[in-house]
Design a protein around this ligand. Structure first.
Ligand SMILES: [Zn+2]
Length: 358
């Protein structure tokens, strides 16, 4: 899955700046024969845009996801109360259709249309799996993943028929029940978000989520480098002050007298292995719901560095019930040893903070 960040900073909905606690995800399709996400993005990134804004468009030609609002930003997509609870995602529709009124259309090339519909369906499955992981949502639970049509049926959205009308009209065989099952299955597979900086409006580097089974994140090489910069490295085994054979960056498992490492890179590889445990503590904070702000690779790396240095207890204290800005502010307080502010720790916390915010 590819996420292109194209935040609609000129849209009144972005400027309103309201936040929601994400309780579900609503799937839409645009309701007009326009496969290009960028066309919508150009139209909507304006102070004069209609009172409407979604969190993302899925392009019909490429299957790329264009994120148009921060996920926790309140959007105007479903109408009704769903705006306060659900992330809204629009799938673009094939160009070979012609709407004849409301949700009815004719299609001049069903094969071409199905290729587009399949592409957007598959991308939506991956995106919804990614978002369910990010926000701790169960895709099969009642009311969590709904279409705009289902939202209307439940009384939380305006009277639209999307995307059910599209799937049914093309006799595609796709259903919302099938979609929810596919999302659930995708959550067990590898999900990887990469960035492609080519949106026309406003492009930031999208979070670079590493591929990992079960949605677990691992520290990146950039994160390993940050930590290595604050830890001494020795390529020959030595006895640490506590009498334990140690090598590289404080690696102790299976080390014997006389062991040698070929290079600093080899030492970093061992460090990276050792850091899995600390990254695991960060993953646990996400799983247990202690971390409620959206995770990305930089935040994960910064928190793993913090945890490696300060321990799991302090990590939990740092993140629980706090938004990202507060965490970035409070992390600086962990710079004392024996009650005194230490220059090395201050520098490390500042570097972690900068990474966390980048
Ligand atoms: Zn809709």
């Amino acid at each position: 899955m590819e996420i292109v960040e194209s935040i609609l900073t000129n849209n009144p909905c972005f400027k309103a700046g309201k936040k929601i606690k994400v309780k579900g995800l609503m799937l839409h399709s645009v309701g007009c024969p326009q496969p290009s996400a960028e066309v919508f993005i150009r139209q909507w990134n304006s102070p004069n845009a209609a009172r409407a804004c979604v969190h993302a468009f899925i392009d019909g030609n490429t299957g790329k996801v264009y994120q148009t609002l921060p996920w926790e930003h309140r959007a105007w997509h479903g109408g009704g109360s769903s705006n306060d609870t659900h992330i809204g995602v629009e799938m673009c529709e094939p160009s070979c259709m012609k709407y004849t009124g409301g949700a009815t259309f004719v299609c001049s090339d069903r094969d071409a249309a199905m290729a587009v519909v399949k592409r957007t369906y598959d991308a939506a499955v991956e995106l919804f799996a990614f978002l369910c992981k990010q926000f701790g949502l169960n895709p099969l639970a009642d009311g969590v993943i709904v279409s705009h049509k289902e939202g209307h049926d439940r009384g939380i959205a305006t009277g639209h028929g999307d995307p059910d009308h599209l799937w049914n009209g093309l006799q595609s065989g796709y259903t919302m029940d099938g979609f929810r099952k596919d999302v659930n299955a995708a959550m067990g597979r590898t999900v990887s978000a990469q960035t492609a900086p080519e949106a026309s409006v406003h492009v930031q580097k999208a979070p670079d989520t590493p591929a990992a089974p079960g949605g677990e994140m691992f520290i990146s090489d950039k994160g390993v480098d940050l930590i290595a910069g604050y830890e001494g490295c020795r390529l020959e085994a030595y006895k640490c002050p506590a009498g334990v054979w140690t090598i590289g960056y404080g690696h102790t498992a299976g080390v014997n007298a006389g062991d040698k490492l070929a290079s600093e890179a080899a030492a970093k590889a061992l460090l990276k292995e050792d850091l899995k445990k600390y990254g695991g503590y960060v993953n646990n904070c996400v799983k247990k719901g202690l971390i409620t702000f959206p995770m990305n690779q930089n935040r994960f790396d910064a928190l793993t560095s913090f945890c490696y240095n300060c321990g799991n207890g302090n990590l939990q204290k740092l993140v629980t019930g706090r938004d990202a800005d507060t965490v970035a502010e409070k992390i600086l307080q962990y710079n004392k040893g024996g009650g005194k502010v230490l220059a090395g720790l201050t520098r490390r916390r500042e570097e972690e903070r900068a990474l966390f915010l980048s």
